[in-house]
Design a protein. Structure first.
Length: 300
């Protein structure tokens, strides 16, 4: 038995490195970098409570909608949340501005809420741990708001946008990886960006099979990236100047830290200015739509 074990060990040592999926040095770099990404995501010690609260709100609103069916003229069977919260351009122009916000908590059906909840619970916790609960909420809200404004301008259909804010989270995470690619390692940052992009494509592709508005998703990407670039913590290489990603020892907590993370005041200021800018753009677009008589065929 001992002889067989020795022969197996000798055989494993003789296996050519070329048979590996990645060269050993690159594999070690990626593994080390990903391990540090996990460590960096927990530096502030925050829990992912906001993610679960948002998911619970979405599910609760959907269940409430199932329990409150309403027959409406011209729309068939609807629900209270859809009736008073969906994005309807004509009602927005009549002063119901909250319809730019409420659609981010509404879903078109079971598969839509299932897709939204899965993506949020799968991807959201790491975003909240890195950015913090406050910045997470701001990214989510701005993404949903800008997505609805984009939908308001590009489509006259009544829509909901429960998956829109997810694309703001995706783009904010890409911004974080890109800004910290030196500390995280070029290869691991590239891997993370590609994985996030594939996640976004998957959600977008599945949502195309559902009665959703893709303009909401498109409109959430840019504000998520911009605000994420401002709010992302900066991970810096230690004073030894060592090259990140080549040794596990370089990822010890004493050699890396989070610096230059925006304060609550600066985050709040940026959020207020961004929100004000969004509503200003909405007012300009609303005036444009009214002046060009594009409301004739809009559904009530």
């Amino acid at each position: 038995m001992k002889k067989d074990e020795n022969e197996l060990e000798t055989l494993l040592k003789e296996v050519s490195p070329s048979t590996q999926l990645l060269p050993s040095q690159e594999l070690e770099e990626v593994e080390s970098s990903l391990a540090y990404m996990d460590e960096a995501a927990n530096l502030d010690g925050s829990e992912s409570s906001v993610v679960y609260i948002v998911a619970a709100i979405n599910i609760a609103v959907y269940i409430f909608g199932l329990a409150s069916p309403i027959e409406t003229a011209g729309m068939g069977t609807s629900t209270l949340p859809l009736l008073y919260g969906a994005k309807v351009n004509e009602l927005l122009l009549n002063g119901e501005w909250w319809r730019l916000v409420t659609p981010m908590f509404l879903h078109s059906g079971f598969f839509h809420i299932a897709l939204s909840s899965w993506a949020l619970l799968f991807f959201g916790p790491q975003v909240e741990r890195v950015f913090g609960p406050l910045a997470f909420c701001m990214i989510y809200f701005l993404g949903g708001l800008c997505g609805n404004i984009c939908s308001f301008y590009f489509t006259s259909a009544a829509t909901v946008g429960g998956t829109g804010p997810l694309f703001a989270l995706f783009s904010a995470w890409v911004a974080y990886l890109w800004l910290n690619r030196e500390a995280l390692g070029e290869k691991s940052a590239e891997f993370g960006i590609k994985a996030t992009t594939l996640m976004g494509i998957l959600v977008l592709g599945l949502s195309c099979l559902l009665p959703t508005d893709e303009w909401i998703h498109v409109g959430a990407i840019l504000p998520g990236f911009l605000f994420g670039s401002f709010a992302a913590p900066s991970l810096q290489v230690g004073a030894d100047g060592s090259d990140p990603g080549t040794s596990n020892e370089q990822y010890e907590g004493q050699q890396y830290g989070v610096f230059d993370s925006p304060s609550v005041l600066s985050l709040t200021t940026a959020f207020v200015l961004s929100t004000g800018l969004c509503f200003t753009i909405y007012n300009i677009l609303a005036t444009t739509l009214e002046n060009t008589n594009l409301l004739d065929e809009m559904p009530l």
